[in-house]
Design a protein around this ligand. Structure first.
Ligand code: NAD
Length: 422
């Protein structure tokens, strides 16, 4: 049943609810447990006054939504983006619940967001905003309550400022409150690469299932940020050709293969891919419809739509981003037997898995090598892939629904077993 009578109501929240309902119908969940499992547990809305460099005070709005706290402390990134809404953050929090559960992490799901275009801020303004956001959510988070991480528009430096703010409040160094930190502050080796590394791992595994070799593989990636660029480098190392990349300014197409190092250098120097000369400029819409073996949306939600889903020319659609495919597009893709889809909750789970490793290392004050991190990561990804593919066969459903069936069933079971308080 559509859940519209709520402050979270928005297209992306409805997208997440529809996905939930499809999986919950298969599971035949008890109605009481079903509604409890679906709805976000709580949210905080904060307004943050920040002194700008010109002396003026500007107020920013931010959110933290905790969707599920029944199976452990909540876990989920913090997004800084001008289009952030409460409904979007709630949908992202819901997906975190299923993702953590699917891959077997002892976490619930959460997400945070601040409505801001970081390109409009100086470094000092970004620092003051990051610290103020953390200050405002301190009563709701902690290493045993809710552990944030980076997402779109935030990075290791932002995590460092937030950890420092929390630690100052506690009166002692407390790195386990947040993950995705710099190595010098208790970050894990491999965390920066983890999400893209995981996406690349799934792409390789599913291409192997399809009998497609690296030299026959061409890749197109929407969003050359943390996830997109790390996936690009990992797949290039494997032997695939990256023929299209993009960012918010547009895309670059080069059928001979894009020089990824040159693209990264251009990005570091110019803060965007605009005017990068390593290929032909194209729009993001054109990029998605390029003929390729693998298409990786790694930017924002709802970029694969009812309009373009029928025109995709890839063999494998690997969802690096969260929620890139609308419900209309999903329906079209389910009817297309020429495209295999790796759903977001599975495909980008490498990020939260290594965040979990970072948290474990912080709690134990015992740090692992990158080899240990990646070895454990790959084993968890392989286990998740096997259980999703088995569940898909069992129910004869899409890979997305199979992943959600697994993620949702474990949360629902925990809620049912815990009972209802009071
Ligand atoms: P990021 O900020 O590092 O990069 C985002 C990229 O998308 C940038 O290149 C940006 O220019 C581009 N972009 C933004 N708007 C766009 C638009 N309208 N069209 C095309 N490109 C656009 O963010 P990220 O951390 O790489 O996250 C990307 C996606 O992956 C998000 O959906 C995020 O939720 C998801 N994700 C991230 C992590 C993580 O560990 N960072 C983990 C799991 C999932």
């Amino acid at each position: 049943m559509a859940l519209t009578n709520t402050i979270y109501n928005s297209p992306v929240f409805q997208q997440a609810c529809h996905q939930f309902d499809t999986a919950a119908d298969i599971l035949g969940l008890d109605p009481g447990v079903r509604e409890r499992t679906k709805r976000p547990r709580r949210c905080v809305v904060v307004s943050m006054p920040v002194r700008m460099d010109n002396g003026q005070i500007e107020i920013f709005e931010g959110y933290r939504v905790q969707h599920n706290l029944s199976t452990g402390p909540a876990k989920g990134g913090i997004r800084f983006h001008q289009d952030v809404t409460l409904g979007e953050v709630a949908a992202l929090a819901m997906w975190m619940s299923w993702k953590c559960s699917l891959v077997g992490l002892p976490y619930g799901g959460a997400k945070g967001g601040v409505m801001v275009n970081t390109r409009d801020l100086s470094q000092t303004e970004l620092e003051r905003l990051s610290r103020r956001y953390m200050q405002e959510i301190i009563p709701f988070i902690g290493p045993n309550v809710d552990i944030p991480a980076p997402d779109v528009g935030t990075n290791e430096q932002v995590m460092a400022w937030m950890m420092d703010t929390y630690s100052n409040h506690q009166g002692h160094y407390d790195p386990g409150v947040i993950t995705g930190k710099p190595i010098a502050l208790g970050g894990s080796l491999g965390r920066r690469e983890a999400t893209g590394e995981g996406v690349a791992w799934f792409v390789k595994a599913y291409l192997q299932d399809l009998g497609i070799t690296p030299e026959k593989t061409t890749i197109v990636i929407q969003g050359f940020g943390n996830v997109g660029s790390e996936a690009a480098f990992a797949l290039y190392e494997w032997g695939a050709k990256i023929i299209g990349i993009s960012d918010f300014t547009g895309g670059i197409h080069n059928p001979k293969g894009i020089d990824l190092k040159a693209a990264s250098t251009h990005l570091a120097q110019n803060r965007s891919l605009q005017d990068f000369t390593g290929g032909e400029p194209i729009t993001n819409a054109e990029l998605l419809e390029l003929p390729c073996t693998v298409l990786i949306p790694a930017a924002l939600e709802r970029t694969i739509t009812g309009e373009n889903a029928g025109k995709l020319k890839c063999r494998l659609l690997a969802e690096g981003a969260n929620g890139p495919t609308t419900n209309e597009a999903d329906k079209i893709l389910n009817e297309r037997d020429d495209i295999e889809l790796i759903p977001d909750v599975l495909c980008n789970s490498g990020g939260v898995i290594v965040s979990y490793f970072e948290w474990l290392q912080n709690l134990q004050n015992y740090y692992w090598t990158k080899g240990e991190v990646f070895d454990k990561l790959h084993r968890m990804l392989a286990k998740a892939k096997a259980s999703v593919d088995e569940t898909r066969k069992k129910y004869g459903c899409s890979r997305r629904t199979a992943a959600l069936v697994l993620g949702i069933s474990r949360v629902a079971e925990a809620k049912a077993k815990r009972g209802l308080f009071p």
